[in-house]
Design a protein around this ligand. Structure first.
Ligand code: PLZ
Length: 445
């Protein structure tokens, strides 16, 4: 039992040095000399260990983690069930390549994915290493199965950083600038963004569908790819009816509806998948992040007739569905299920949204509070307008960091603060984090 030695961190936010402290600053100098400048510098405290909702840095500072490494460690850090599963698997075997000689954990993860994703139809899956790789494969499968090429994506979308997924992603800076040329046959249509477009879901869907039919042609569309709640784009929750209307259109027109649940999936929004909120049943679901508690694993799960249309050897990769990552997924899914963390995500949402809406009432710079469950965000604006306020956003995140709370930004205009707390966060920890965040927002002048 490896996990029994692992309980020294406690549950408190605690600062014992400057932030970043001297050891982190020294490591940062080494990083600047050897790590490519192309990687974002988020918060340069160098992590030594983490447990539950607490991240401990090399200087001994303890931070409250409201980001979960971008929606990955939803079951918390260093969860004993996951530590044990991974440790035992490492000792048994770390790799064979599923395409060379298979193993049961891969099959079991695919069984779980078939069970958990929406719809009772026959489903099969393929496993990969990253979200971008899952999206690339979902598009490959949709194109092959439909013998069509066009892919419809949305404003503010984020789907990854590889060549195809850069084309699918909306925002130029920092994701795409000068990294082209990009993959062809990708068409962007308007998103439903209630705070900024004021449209109903039906109106927004009609506008998107009109462009699809006039500019692309319905019979050319292989797939419509959408994040049910956009992640990097700023936790944009489409107006009610938008997703069902698009889903109905794809069904009526022989196109594949692909839900990118990479950030919104695995109980984050209070359901196993965000599409469930409106009863949408995607043809293909792409998953990653929260699926495996921090081990790199991604899934593409879809209607068996689509997934199995691919010729033998058409899908794969050396590491996809690696045995260590696969057992981590099984331990993660079991933890989400046993601890009913979907219900906990809804409770976290109730607490956080009540708190942030009352804060919005008191200050002039919060334009919108939105999200669902434990996918929580607010948009910062210039007082009395909807003009994005990226400067205030930076100030708030920095204030939180200086006070031991990790938050994340998002949004096409860089003016959204998002919270993705581990679903095992306690009410005390959550209240503490929201207090610091409130003080941060009030400190902006
Ligand atoms: N689809 C909806 O959120 C990853 C990106 C971090 P990968 N989001 C975090 C960064 O700046 O690179 C993401 C996502 C959605 C796809 C992806 C891509 O997943 O595992 O990062 O490839």
């Amino acid at each position: 039992m490896v996990s029994s030695i692992d309980s020294s961190v406690g549950t408190e936010r605690k600062l014992v040095s400057d932030v970043p402290g001297p050891k982190s600053r020294a490591l940062h100098q080494r990083r600047l000399a050897t790590v490519s400048a192309g990687l974002t510098i988020g918060f340069p405290i160098y992590v030594e260990r983490a447990e539950g909702a607490i991240v401990v840095d090399v200087d001994g500072n303890q931070f409250l983690d409201l980001g979960s490494g971008i929606a990955v460690t939803s079951i918390g850090h260093a969860v004993p069930a996951l530590v044990d599963a991974v440790s035992e698997q490492v000792a048994k075997f770390t790799h064979t390549c599923f395409m060379v000689t298979p193993y049961d954990s891969y099959v079991e993860v695919c069984e779980e994915l078939a069970e958990l994703t929406p719809g009772t139809h026959a489903k099969t899956s393929a496993l990969f290493n990253s979200g971008a790789e899952a999206i690339e494969n979902a598009v490959k499968i949709a194109r092959l199965a439909t013998k069509r090429s066009a892919v419809v994506v949305f404003e503010h979308a984020y789907h990854g950083r590889t060549n195809l997924t850069m084309a699918l992603t909306a925002k130029n800076m920092p994701y795409k600038d000068h990294f082209g040329p990009f993959a062809p046959e990708v068409y962007r249509v308007p998103m439903s963004y209630p705070y900024r477009d004021g449209r109903s879901g039906a109106e927004a869907a009609a506008a998107a569908i009109k462009i699809i039919e006039t500019d692309i042609g319905a019979t050319n569309v292989a797939a419509l790819l959408i994040e049910p709640i956009q992640g990097e784009g700023g936790f944009i929750v489409p107006a009610e009816g938008f997703l069902p209307a698009l889903s109905a259109w794809t069904t009526a027109n022989g196109a594949v509806f692909i839900a990118d649940e990479i950030q919104s999936g695995f109980c984050r929004t209070g359901d196993w998948f965000a599409v469930e909120h409106e009863g949408v049943v995607p043809d293909i679901v792409a998953t990653a992040k929260g699926l495996a508690g921090g081990m790199p694993l991604a899934g593409v799960t879809g209607r068996a007739e689509l997934m199995n249309a691919v010729h033998e050897g058409g899908l794969g990769g050396t590491y996809g569905g690696n045995p260590v990552a696969a057992v981590a997924a099984l331990a993660t899914i079991k933890t989400l299920r046993d601890r009913n963390l979907a219900a906990r995500a809804r409770e976290i949402g109730e607490i956080a949204f009540a708190n942030l809406r009352s804060l919005q009432h008191d200050v002039a710079i919060i334009g919108d509070v939105r999200g669902r469950g434990a996918m929580i965000a607010f948009e910062l604006v210039e007082p009395g307008t909807k003009t994005p306020n990226a400067a205030a956003t930076k100030e708030i995140v920095t204030f939180c960091q200086q006070n031991g709370v990790i938050t994340l930004t998002a949004g096409t205009y860089g003016n959204v603060i998002r919270l993705l707390p581990p679903l095992v966060i306690s009410n005390e920890q959550l209240a503490d984090g929201l207090d610091v965040l409130g003080a941060a927002v009030r400190s902006v002048r």
